[in-house]
Design a protein around this ligand. Structure first.
Ligand code: PXP
Length: 249
């Protein structure tokens, strides 16, 4: 049986455009509301240490004004932990964060960072927040996530999406397929995201053990041409079509 595939829309880059001029327009909370109307099951926002896009007030407003789950992406720092524990979003996705990177460039090294991650994973979980770890699709990283007691992993799809040669893309997709099967085998809920577009979403949506995709940059970019409602509705359709086709194959 096919499991439902949720779409989390990441609204960070609405805030990027707003911040380019200061002021309040365009408003990421308005984008979140539209995203929900267009088929998003949840909203994702990354409060970075340097507040380059989403700012603290956006998180406060998202918590108060939207009626779908908020997936709060955060670095495992004391500052972000305190903010998450204050707001208690539905989920917190722990991501690696380097000040100089343009976007989240690789997954968390859960193996190497075990000791550093014990406290945030424990405190977030104790507060009732569903913890997810953003990792590369490597079985050893999944095993380490399981050891930490995180219930969810999000597989980094960036290498698959960035692959230019078909053979390389196939190989990266195969890594995601294997990792998603491993997640199921060891009892972790599996999400995926990063860099997904209309061209790349189908094969990932077809993996039945993945239950959530988080997508941002492409959707906000495409919205410039077709509007946010249309860009999201088309993504939702591409996901659902690929999922249904794979389930009936
Ligand atoms: N998932 C995680 C953990 C991320 O850090 C990001 C980027 O903020 C995304 C998904 C969405 O990636 P993109 O904006 O490339 O769709």
């Amino acid at each position: 049986m096919s499991r439902f595939l949720r779409l989390g829309v990441n609204i960070d880059h609405v805030a990027t455009v707003r911040n380019a001029r200061g002021g309040a327009h365009p408003d990421p909370v308005r984008a979140a509301r539209l995203a929900i109307e267009a088929g998003a099951d949840g909203i994702t926002a990354h409060l970075r240490e340097d507040r380059r896009h989403i700012v603290d007030r956006d998180i406060e407003r998202l918590m108060a004004e939207i009626d779908r789950p908020l997936n709060f992406e955060m670095a495992a720092t004391d500052e972000m932990l305190a903010i998450a524990l204050r707001h208690k979003p539905h989920a917190a996705c722990l991501v690696p964060e380097k000040r100089t990177e343009v976007t989240t460039e690789g997954g968390l090294d859960v193996i190497g960072q075990h000791d550093h991650l014990v406290r945030p994973v424990g405190e977030l979980s104790a507060a009732g927040i569903r913890v997810s770890l953003f990792i590369d699709p490597e079985p050893a990283q999944l095993d380490a996530a399981k050891r930490l007691g995180a219930p969810v992993v999000e597989l980094h799809t960036g290498a698959y999406c960035d692959a230019v040669e078909p053979a390389e893309r196939e190989a990266e997709l195969a890594r995601i397929v294997r990792a998603a099967a491993h997640a199921e085998a060891i009892g972790l809920e599996c999400h995926a995201g990063h860099g997904l577009s209309y061209d790349t979403v189908g094969p990932v949506a077809a993996i039945q053990t993945i239950v959530e995709l988080n997508i941002g940059h492409f959707l906000i970019g495409e919205a410039i041409f077709v509007g946010l409602t249309n860009s999201i509705a088309r993504m939702r359709k591409a996901m659902d079509t690929a999922r249904a086709a794979a389930a009936s194959a």
